[in-house]
Design a protein around this ligand. Structure first.
Ligand SMILES: Nc1ncnc2c1ncn2[C@@H]1O[C@H](COP(=O)(O)OP(=O)(O)OP(=O)(O)O)[C@@H](O)[C@H]1O
Length: 248
């Protein structure tokens, strides 16, 4: 469901911490309905850039708009139109699945009726009827990730930002998670996702690769493989990451 509508736009977006340039003049656009992969080695600047786009951190210079809102002046409007799943997914471990859904539904401004309907539907779709009254802290990691993603899109945002949403789980659980991502895009949500898993990079419509704060490559997985003369995204990533000076 790709359209010509641009939902994320950046131009020379930069963030410095003291003398250190964490994000260095990045320029790119994301179209409505895309699954946009945001890759890079540890410390490349992905989370910093993502936090700016979510309206959580102010840039140092450059321009960016998300869902049509400016990251400097309209960050509160941005927050209303996006969903965000952080690396340390923000579920409350000491609340039940149902209570978490109620809490996040409330934060996203849904009515009690909507929370009930959407919450029941979500629990049903996840097949978690038996777990609904259990504490989130007692559930396996993969389940927490699925619940976290589902709550991040409960209010049907225009864009959802996922920061390494599948870290630490097995390939089958990751595949199931990606089925949920496809369902979300089918319903019109644009997905902006960071990952360290190269098989997941293949599932994206387009992928950008950050190296030391700048975007070193951006294209479809097939075009990137062609450009870097390799048959896998792993190969593309390794060729680029080799140039990195930051990270481990
Ligand atoms: N508040 C801050 N103050 C100083 N330096 C920071 C701050 N936040 C991030 N950095 C630095 O900016 C760089 C980019 O960090 P960032 O978390 O954006 O990278 P990343 O690509 O998301 O890495 P990872 O894959 O490890 O999450 C790192 O070197 C980090 O130490």
């Amino acid at each position: 469901m790709l359209s010509q509508e641009t939902v994320i736009k950046t131009h020379n977006l930069t963030k410095t911490f003291g003398d250190f340039i964490a994000v260095n003049a990045i320029t790119f656009e994301v179209k409505a309905g895309e699954i946009f992969g945001f890759l890079g080695a540890n410390g490349a600047g992905k989370t910093t850039a993502m936090r700016i786009l979510c309206g959580l951190l102010s840039p140092t210079s450059g321009e960016a708009s998300v869902a049509g809102y400016d990251v400097y002046k309209e960050n509160e409007s941005i927050k209303k139109h996006i969903g965000y799943m952080s690396q340390k997914f923000s579920l409350f471990e000491n609340l039940t699945v149902k209570e978490n859904i109620e809490f996040f539904g409330g934060i996203y401004g849904l009515s009690r009726k909507e929370i009930k309907e959407k919450g029941n539907d979500l629990i049903h779709r996840l097949g978690m009827e038996k777990e609904a009254e259990k504490l989130v802290g007692s559930l396996p990691l993969g389940w927490k990730q699925k619940i976290s993603f589902s709550t991040a899109i409960l209010h049907q945002p225009k864009i959802v930002f996922l920061d390494e949403p599948t870290g630490g789980v097995d390939p089958i659980t990751r595949r199931q998670f990606w089925d949920m991502i496809y369902e979300a895009t089918d319903s019109g949500i644009t997905v902006f996702v960071t990952t360290h898993y190269m098989d997941e990079a293949e599932y994206c419509n387009r992928v950008s690769i950050m190296v030391d704060g700048t975007i070193s490559a951006l294209d479809t997985p097939n075009n990137l493989k062609h450009q870097f003369e390799t048959d896998s995204m792993e190969g593309v990533f390794l060729k680029l990451a080799r140039q990195a000076k930051r990270g481990e």
